[in-house]
Write a protein that binds this ligand. Structure first.
Ligand code: SF4
Length: 337
């Protein structure tokens, strides 16, 4: 299947909602001009559309609308306890795009946002300015591609170019760019940097087909990974989330074997892995939205507001993954959640 992001220009975003303030930014006009067939609607505030009551997230994911907005606050957030900081101090993340062009059945965004439409905050410069202020006093580990997949829409936003340009100027800024895309080509013109990590999430093909709708195949993601390593980028591989499905051992073993067979002698920076885990509140919403979901029907155990498999299953799954990955990567470079 062709990458969805390549086809976006042709058939996505029947409507583009744009805040009046957002019209003051060149990037808004650039984006609008690329979607000539879209109906343009001016709005006062993105929340007037994005936060309306009684929206159907699942339906909107099928035919998402685009919203262009100006971010006024909450430019950066402290990292979540459900995400690994990889031993870095001052872990933060940014959310310049809300929602994702992919449609993973287990995605926490379904529980977090009231809408499946995509919001792009066009004033990235304000977030970068905020980051620069913090960098005056301390180093930062910043994940820029949470709550979305920035690489998959780089051809629309150009945000990765801006983040990498910033990392090039500020050596006490370390950036992680997480993706499931096969779109490394969008940044292949950029010189690799030591303080930027490209983190690819990988899953077995069966899981991709069943639960990661619209995402590229494992082979395509691996091709992007190989291209990135060949260009000198640090690549983190994330087998995450590991899902407790029928034959999970066979599926993940094959996935790990295939991954390292294709990567061959190239050096992987780190490998991380974790089982499916999610906030209790989000899971409640997701269960209502996807009553027929097999992966969400597991009798999860919840501790301190976080739900996951029972401890016996978690230990078994993480030990299994660790033992498979350590055949290819030194233990010191393997991080388990
Ligand atoms: S790629 Fe990530 S952010 Fe996008 S739908 Fe899947 S889980 Fe959610």
């Amino acid at each position: 299947m062709e990458s969805l992001s390549k086809n976006l220009w042709n058939y996505k975003f029947s409507h583009i909602y744009v805040e009046k303030d957002a019209l003051n930014y060149d990037i808004s006009h650039d984006i609008i001009s690329r979607f000539k067939k879209s109906i343009l609607i001016e709005i006062e505030h993105y929340k007037d559309v994005f936060c309306r009551k009684n929206q159907n997230f699942i339906l909107q994911k099928k035919i998402p609308k685009l919203i262009l907005a100006v971010k006024k606050d909450n430019f950066i957030y402290p990292g979540s306890k459900m995400c690994d900081d990889f031993g870095n101090d001052n872990f933060y993340y940014t959310s310049l795009v809300m929602n994702c062009i992919y449609d993973c059945e287990y995605c926490y965004l379904q529980g977090m946002y009231p809408s499946g439409n995509i919001v792009i905050f066009v004033n990235i410069e304000d977030t970068i300015e905020k980051v620069k202020q913090i960098l005056k006093n301390k180093s930062i580990y910043l994940c820029v591609s949470y709550d979305t997949d920035l690489m998959a829409i780089e051809n629309i936003t150009g945000f990765l170019h801006k983040w990498i340009e910033t990392a090039n100027k500020y050596k006490n800024l370390k950036i992680e760019i997480r993706t499931k895309s096969a779109d490394f080509e969008y940044i292949k013109d950029i010189q690799s940097l030591d303080n930027v990590i490209l983190a690819w999430t990988l899953s077995p093909d069966k899981i991709i087909k069943e639960f990661e709708k619209n995402t590229p195949s494992l082979n395509k993601r691996l091709k992007s990974i190989c291209d990135a390593i060949d260009k000198g980028w640090k690549v983190r591989i994330c087998f995450d989330p590991i899902l407790y499905v029928k034959d999970w051992e066979v599926l993940y073993k094959q996935c790990i074997e295939k991954t390292f067979e294709i990567i061959g002698k190239r050096k992987v920076y780190q490998v991380s892995s974790g089982v499916f885990r999610i906030s209790k509140d989000y899971l409640k919403i997701m269960n209502k939205l996807r009553e027929d979901s097999k992966i969400l029907a597991y009798p999860f155990q919840c501790n301190n507001g976080v739900c996951s498999y029972n401890t016996k299953h978690i230990n078994k799954m993480m030990n299994f993954i660790k033992n498979e990955v350590k055949k290819y990567v030194p233990l010191k470079d393997i991080y388990l959640q």
